[in-house]
Design a protein around this ligand. Structure first.
Ligand code: CP
Length: 316
């Protein structure tokens, strides 16, 4: 029985504001746990989790595995490379076979948008797999819900509340699952959201989500309290969206020069991996106003909260 009003975490779009708030307040407890000398609790002792990564990952994969181990779950890891996917096995067959080994929860990263929603629907048809909880660890250009939750948690820790906070998301918006999940999450928590990036990297109907668009980076930075800087996702671009990385960096790169010229200090976030010298300079990423490594630390606590709440185990 999930302790949230949802069985799965497929995207921030599909969960209530109350569920977002429950996850963030539970993450606070788990952040205390992971800062103790003994970082492990027995909460998911009876639970087995499979981490299925059909696309590369460093932070999300390790962070989920650590979160599961800190909660005392049994963990199995699957990467598409080296698996029977190369022999043509479908996603549903792959997951049904893993679940037949008595797995309770599936954390899945997949290159195709909608893969997590598809899987949750497909498994309903199989009585032996219908019990499984699905957590979307990033599906193509669609959503990356735990990234948005950890970003919101990091902002909450920094600013106390997100109500009325001005948050800028800058960069490759059109290819970014982080942008979409952040927009849903920030809006649910009462933040004001503005987007900035080249017009070619801005989805046409994005303003229907209740966000503003500003194409001038200086004006956008002047407006915000915090800026979430996104990577140019060259792996998702089969055509050219801007003349060169150098020109992108000149117009949309966040560097000391532009930040020092503002009338205020702003907080910097980045989901990683960073293209140093493209969307952000090394000195900004490593600087005093950067929350980047806080985000990574908070990712473990937030993922512990998601796993614990979805598993719905009676004892904490
Ligand atoms: N932020 C993020 O999703 O990073 P990884 O791709 O390394 O998991």
């Amino acid at each position: 029985m999930s302790k949230l009003s949802t069985e799965h975490l497929l995207g921030i779009k599909y969960i209530s504001t109350e569920d977002v708030e429950t996850i963030l307040s539970t993450a606070k407890t788990f952040k205390e746990v992971i800062n103790r000398p003994i970082k492990k609790v027995p909460s998911l002792r009876e639970v087995t989790v499979a981490n299925l990564f059909f696309e590369n990952s460093t932070r999300t994969r390790l962070s989920f595995e650590l979160a599961e181990k800190r909660l005392s779950a049994d963990v199995v890891n699957f990467s598409a490379s080296g698996s029977s996917v190369s022999k043509g096995e479908t996603l549903t067959d792959t997951v049904n076979n893993i679940l037949a080994m008595k797995v309770d929860m599936v954390v899945m990263r997949h290159p195709n948008p909608g893969a997590a929603v598809f899987l949750a629907r497909a498994l309903k048809k199989y009585p032996k797999s219908a019990h499984a909880r699905i957590i979307n660890a990033g599906d193509g250009t669609h959503e990356h819900p735990t990234q948005a939750l950890l970003d919101a948690f990091s902002l909450q820790q920094q600013f106390g509340s997100l109500k009325g906070l001005n948050v800028l998301i800058v960069g490759d918006i059109v290819h970014s699952r982080v942008a979409l999940s952040n927009i849903y999450c920030l809006k649910k928590l009462g933040a004001n959201v503005k987007l900035c990036g080249p017009p070619t990297l801005m989805p046409k109907y994005i303003e229907t989500l209740g966000v503003e668009v500003e194409y001038d980076l200086r004006k956008a930075l002047e407006w915000c309290d915090a800026a979430n800087v996104l990577r140019i996702q060259l792996e998702r671009q089969d055509i050219k969206y801007f003349p060169s990385l150098r020109e992108y960096s000149l117009l949309y790169g966040v560097n000391d020069e532009i930040l020092d010229s503002l009338k205020k200090q702003i907080t910097i976030l980045h989901p990683g991996p960073i293209n140093r010298g493209v969307e952000i300079t090394g000195s900004v990423a490593d600087g005093n106003h950067s929350l980047i490594l806080e985000q990574v630390e908070n990712g473990v606590a937030v993922r512990m909260a998601v796993l614990y709440l979805l598993a719905g185990v009676p004892n904490a």
